[in-house]
Design a protein around this ligand. Structure first.
Ligand code: MEV
Length: 316
């Protein structure tokens, strides 16, 4: 049997993280410049249920039976087994490689879930449609992150810009003009689950304050949608920066991220904000001219450890 390969891209949240968990709209886009790749090959001489897993990025090389029950890879494989009512699995070797930095707000865990579900179900001869892949990846995300909105697994499964409201069917977005983004890594790893849990504690203490911030973020997402679908994209810059201010009020930024946002704005960015869970991870910066190195150079000088230049092209 030939080896089966599946990939899934990274993602960035253009506007609306955290408020998305409270059913306000968010806009997310795939980051095709980074990806998870899963390759599954048969081990014809192996015993059934003997599954070798190799993931060099997290120094993992083990038999599945050696992993904890709540290990993300075990959880994903168990979800697939249950969905397919498969009692036993053929012996196989699963190799997972990734260029998506983990714990950086770029959707690494959802991308592993999507690529592994896709590869495994194809390998077992039961390829699934995107709706089902997205549902299973959401279940995996829930086991890892507590109360995710579902935006990460959705944008990564469908690999297109989306307008997302928790609990509702997502809406694919058409893109009127090129959207040039710099995605700048602060170099500070951060757990989305922990930050989401902190925001929940704040919301429980002063719900009216948090609800007002979520409403304001939702309103920015609606305005940004219009910029993306009808232009001008330049006008989205101020919306991103306003979103950053609201994320500061939620307590999900920090001094390094704030400094990098300011450096981006001072060197000519149209807008900049934290993207994803925050308290570290990545910023997104909207730029007019991706060939001008000025903003990226300034961000690197100010402590960003890596910059991805990513463009969302008009959908025509
Ligand atoms: C994470 O990419 C986005 C958050 O809003 C969490 C979620 O929506 O599940 C922080």
């Amino acid at each position: 049997m030939p080896a089966i390969t599946a990939t899934a891209p990274g993602k960035c949240i253009l506007i609306g993280e955290h408020a998305a968990v409270y059913a306000r709209p968010a806009i997310a886009a795939p980051v095709m410049d980074v990806a998870v790749r899963v390759i599954i090959s048969a081990r014809p001489t192996g015993q059934s249920d003997s599954i070798q897993v190799e993931a060099p990025a997290i120094q993992l090389s083990a038999d599945l039976s050696e992993l904890a029950e709540d290990h993300p890879i075990t959880v994903i494989i168990q979800l697939v087994k249950a969905h397919l009512h498969a009692d036993r699995m053929p012996a196989m070797h699963i190799r997972i490689t990734s260029t998506i930095p983990p714990a950086a707000g770029l959707g690494s865990s959802a991308a592993v879930a999507v690529a592994l579900i896709r590869a495994l179900t194809r390998f077992l001869g039961h390829p699934l449609d995107d709706v089902t892949i997205c549902q299973l990846a959401y279940e995996a995300e829930k086991r890892q992150h507590g109360s995710p909105s579902g935006v990460d697994n959705t944008v990564i499964t469908y690999a297109r810009p989306i307008y997302f409201v928790k609990g509702q069917p997502f809406e694919p977005l058409s893109v009127a003009e090129s959207i040039h983004l710099l995605i700048a890594d602060s170099g500070q790893p951060s757990s989305t689950a922990a930050v989401v849990a902190d925001v929940r504690r704040g919301w429980e203490k002063t719900p009216a304050n948090y609800e007002a911030i979520f409403d304001a973020i939702g309103s920015l997402a609606r305005q940004a949608r219009s910029c993306i679908e009808h232009g001008p994209i330049k006008s989205m810059g101020a919306l991103l920066t306003q979103n950053h201010t609201l994320l500061q009020q939620l307590g999900v930024s920090n001094s390094k991220l704030d400094r990098l946002v300011q450096v981006a704005l001072d060197t000519g960015a149209l807008g900049a904000k934290v993207s994803g869970g925050g308290r570290g991870g990545n910023l997104i910066v909207l730029v007019e001219d991706p060939t001008n190195p000025r903003i990226a150079t300034a961000l690197l000088a100010a402590g960003a450890c890596r910059i991805i230049s990513s463009t969302l092209h008009p959908t025509g």
